[in-house]
Design a binder for this molecule. Structure first.
Ligand SMILES: *[C@@H]1O[C@H](CO)[C@@H](O)[C@H](O)[C@H]1NC(C)=O
Ligand SMILES: *[C@@H]1O[C@H](CO)[C@@H](O)[C@H](O)[C@H]1NC(C)=O
Ligand SMILES: *[C@@H]1O[C@H](CO)[C@@H](O)[C@H](O)[C@H]1NC(C)=O
Ligand SMILES: *[C@@H]1O[C@H](CO)[C@@H](O)[C@H](O)[C@H]1NC(C)=O
Ligand SMILES: *[C@@H]1O[C@H](CO)[C@@H](O)[C@H](O)[C@H]1NC(C)=O
Length: 392
């Protein structure tokens, strides 16, 4: 009798557990496959061009503990097929970033045949995720990582760690300078397995030109691909590449703002580098909000430090693009470029400058007068297209 009652209790308990289990499963299923919240992950593309501050913005995302970040994964595509042109390579670049967003790193098969070590991936050490668990045990996930240290300590870890690490993050962020047409990305925007958002980062073409001049040698291979030279490296002394870059900014911005298909709504945000430099916290807050990321106290302190030259190593390293007086540095081109060059660039990039709020300098006197500001205030333009904006 006693044994029988005990058995009853066990059976009843079992049924209760099973009921709870089924309820949990059921409630999950009714929440999950919703057409609108297609995936809970966020796939963010920082779409920019060479020397436009995108490494700095990339770091702002990379150091966030919820973000798996890679800088220029499509570098491998371009370097493997350098006799092609940017347009021909668009599709290969797009397919590569799609796979990387889905954490499928087998896509590198064509470009990095053996895939042994993490260090074979271009610029891997700028990714905080690849310097911390589970890719590397040296840093904690919440640490602000140091590229120099990471390079030494984490480079020999297995390439497969990249995929393993990627799978543990809610936000995948990629930075690319190798797109020249927003329409190429449409299939990714409508892809149900992705939740793609785009931050389009632009910078004053005159500042870009000065920075490109300083990095001339490093850009010759890419220049050849942009200008379709069948593998011949070129210096961009005539600003033909810059012309192409400016043209693409106009194309992307106009496509997103005027001719935008509905699937682009809430998924495109334009950011001017100058605005970030002048008010980093405000701009970074908006970019984070757009990407569903929270600004932590630690990140806030770190951002303050790197934009004010405070804290360890910030004077020397500071991502090369920012420093104690980042706002000041962003005007350096006015001292370094000749007025003739400035006129030439203004002429070549007239359309982009008008559209993005960069004013022309009309004389050497204006160029030298540092009390004059040639970047129109952001509020005069409807730049950002934040999630709730209902513009048709
Ligand atoms: C990968 O790391 C191993 C040591 O773990 C080293 O012997 C090898 O040279 C590395 N390969 C590459 C391509 O860096
Ligand atoms: C491109 O260059 C390669 C050699 O580097 C040559 O074989 C090929 O014919 C060239 N193609 C064109 C279209 O000029
Ligand atoms: C910012 O700098 C201060 C002063 O050097 C330092 O105490 C603090 O830890 C730094 N913050 C971060 C997040 O690195
Ligand atoms: C990174 O570490 C190196 C070597 O320890 C150091 O010299 C450098 O200042 C550090 N950089 C930052 C930004 O902390
Ligand atoms: C940057 O600021 C310093 C003084 O703070 C000034 O001497 C210098 O001319 C400024 N540079 C530019 C490009 O504005």
């Amino acid at each position: 009798m006693v044994r029988f009652r005990a058995l009853n209790v066990i059976v009843a308990g079992f049924f209760l557990l099973q009921t709870i289990f089924l309820l949990v499963i059921y409630s999950r299923n009714t929440v999950l496959p919703d057409a609108e919240t297609k995936t809970e992950k966020v796939h963010l593309l920082i779409l920019s061009s060479w020397r436009s501050g995108s490494s700095f913005i990339g770091q702002i995302f990379s150091q966030h503990p919820d973000v798996f970040y890679l800088m220029e994964p499509a570098w491998h595509v371009w370097m493997s097929m350098f006799q092609n042109n940017a347009k021909t390579l668009h599709m290969a670049v797009r397919d590569l970033i799609r796979s990387v967003f889905l954490c499928d790193m087998s896509v590198f098969d064509a470009y990095i045949p053996k895939r042994m070590n993490v260090s074979e991936l271009f610029q891997w050490s700028v990714s905080r995720a690849l310097c911390s668990y589970p890719a590397c045990s040296h840093f904690n996930r919440e640490d602000i990582t140091n590229e120099t240290v990471c390079k030494v300590v984490c480079g020999r870890n297995s390439f497969s760690k990249i995929e393993e690490s990627c799978n543990t993050y809610s936000h995948i962020v990629l930075k690319e300078v190798r797109f020249f047409d927003l329409k190429v990305l449409y299939p990714l925007l409508t892809d149900p397995s992705l939740n793609l958002k785009i931050i389009h980062l632009v910078r004053d073409p005159r500042a870009v030109a000065k920075s490109r001049e300083q990095a001339m040698k490093a850009l010759t291979r890419d220049n050849g691909i942009v200008l379709n030279t069948n593998g011949t490296k070129v210096d961009d002394v005539r600003y033909d590449v810059l012309r192409e870059v400016c043209r693409s900014h106009v194309q992307m911005y106009e496509t997103a703002m005027d001719k935008a298909p509905s699937f682009l709504k809430g998924r495109y945000m334009l950011v001017r580098y100058e605005d970030v430099v002048r008010d980093p916290l405000r701009e970074i807050n908006q970019m984070y909000e757009f990407s569903n990321l929270k600004l932590t106290a630690k990140l806030k302190s770190w951002i303050y430090n790197i934009t004010h030259g405070v804290g360890p190593g910030s004077k020397k390293e500071a991502f090369k693009t920012t420093s104690r007086n980042a706002a000041n540095v962003s005007q350096a081109w006015r001292k370094d470029l000749s007025f003739q060059k400035i006129q030439k660039i203004q002429n070549i990039c007239k359309g982009a400058m008008n559209l993005l709020g960069y004013q022309f300098i009309d004389s050497e006197k204006e160029q030298k007068d540092m009390s004059m500001d040639f970047v129109l205030p952001r509020r005069h333009y409807q730049f950002s297209w934040l999630p709730n904006n209902d513009k048709k």
